[in-house]
Design a protein around this ligand. Structure first.
Ligand code: GDP
Ligand code: MN
Length: 387
């Protein structure tokens, strides 16, 4: 789960990391009032679950409450398109107003999970402010890394090494080491999958300050953090993914046009591979799970077809705990309700497979039944040339 910059900064601040004085506004009038209270000079920042706002016009310095109101008016209620949002952009429903910092230098600091090294890793760079991906591609030697042993935790010497490696002024070595330790504490205590400060700035009066903040949380650990759950802003998420999460269906929107419905995450991955090998692209990942009911299958199927990008459907069910006849009834119910017009290819095996296939064959839906994944891939190819 992602949160907004203002929410992330409140958490960082609670862990002792310095952030600018600020206020959050949902209306232009509120923005004016906050700017007034802060003395007129503020930075107005669009709050969306994506970066790249600076270059997209989502971060603007203003010098009067009136100007803050005008800028807020231009951002609120609009969709901001950055290189991270895709062409549809993300809705701006709040702006953050911050006391402007005089930046002497910008650094990058983050904690992420390195799945290759199987541990959290601290990443730090003197080349902050800009996209870290670009630094990694053009000047990888400018990124310092420290792997953290999850059992013994981040060690003070690692923090000092990083601080020295960043070539900080001598008087900032201790504060920087403490800040790195605090960011790691946020990451660990809140079960983050990413904790990033970019830029971490040295201000002209020689202070370290987090000017931007990004925290992502591990969805599987959210049950331990009711306070974090409350920060969720579903308005920033894909509407189909939000709907799926309400039904307890594991669904991820992708770019292709083959909608897929599978029971089991591993089988879903294998199915997506088969689709790719048939020179097609999956429109989604969808795992209805082992113990799905007819209603859940129907919900999942409706969700799938409500994606306008879906031009053909591949269902791959291996009946175990989920019986094939239950899956078939769910598919038929959903199709009748939505009057789906796209070709549907179904492969069914396992418990009550014959009964399931029979239900589909007699449904009048024109379902194409296949026996294995190769055949399924072939049919998906043909469905493409037919449509
Ligand atoms: P992002 O583009 O979405 O990552 O948004 P950031 O919060 O990182 O803002 C983009 C850039 O705006 C930063 O890299 C800074 O250079 C600049 N910026 C942000 N806040 C301030 C501020 O308080 N004062 C000044 N002078 N620049 C700022
Ligand atoms: Mn940033």
């Amino acid at each position: 789960m992602k949160v907004h910059e203002y929410q992330a900064k409140a958490i960082l601040s609670a862990f002792g990391i310095p952030v600018p004085r600020s206020g959050v506004a949902a209306t232009p009038e509120e923005a004016r009032r906050i700017a007034q209270d802060m003395g007129g000079n503020v930075v107005v920042k669009a709050q969306i679950h994506a970066g790249g706002r600076g270059m997209a016009g989502g971060v603007k310095a203003v010098s009067s409450p009136q100007e803050a109101e005008t800028v807020a008016k231009g951002l609120l209620g609009q969709r901001l398109i950055t290189h991270q949002t895709g062409p549809e952009g993300a809705p701006v429903n709040r702006v953050l107003l911050e006391e402007p910092a005089q930046i002497a230098k910008e650094y990058y600091l983050a904690v992420i999970i390195d799945s290759g090294a199987r541990c959290p890793v601290i990443m730090a760079s003197e080349a902050g402010g800009m996209e870290i991906e670009e630094v990694a591609a053009t000047a990888p030697e400018k990124i310092l890394r420290a792997n953290v042993d999850p059992i013994i935790g981040l060690q003070p010497f690692q923090c000092r090494n990083l601080a020295y490696g960043l070539n900080l002024p001598a008087d900032l070595i201790r504060p920087a080491a403490a800040l790195i330790a605090n960011l790691y504490k946020v990451f660990e205590d809140k079960d983050c999958s990413l904790a990033e400060i970019n830029p971490l700035a040295i201000t002209s009066d020689g202070q370290l300050m987090a000017l931007d903040a990004k925290l992502n949380f591990d969805d599987d650990a959210l049950s331990r953090h009711p306070d974090i759950q409350e920060l969720r802003d579903t308005g920033q998420e894909d509407p189909l993914e939000v709907e799926a999460s309400e039904f307890g269906i594991s669904y991820v929107k992708l770019d292709g046009d083959v909608g897929c419905m599978v029971n089991g995450a591993g089988l879903a991955m294998a199915t997506m591979d088969s689709i790719s090998m048939a020179d097609a692209m999956p429109a989604n990942f969808l795992d209805v799970g082992g113990g799905a009911t007819e209603e859940q299958v129907a919900q999942a199927f409706k969700l799938l077809i409500s994606d306008p990008q879906v031009k053909r459907i591949l269902v791959n069910v291996f009946g175990g705990i989920l019986r094939c006849d239950v899956a078939a009834r769910g598919i038929v119910a959903a199709s009748q309700e939505t009057e789906a017009k796209v070709p549907i290819v179904v492969r069914m095996l396992g418990t009550n497979a014959d009964e399931g296939k029979d239900i589909l064959a007699k449904s009048g839906l024109g379902v194409i039944l296949v026996n294995d994944l190769n055949e399924a891939a072939l049919m998906i190819k043909q469905a493409a040339s037919a449509s």
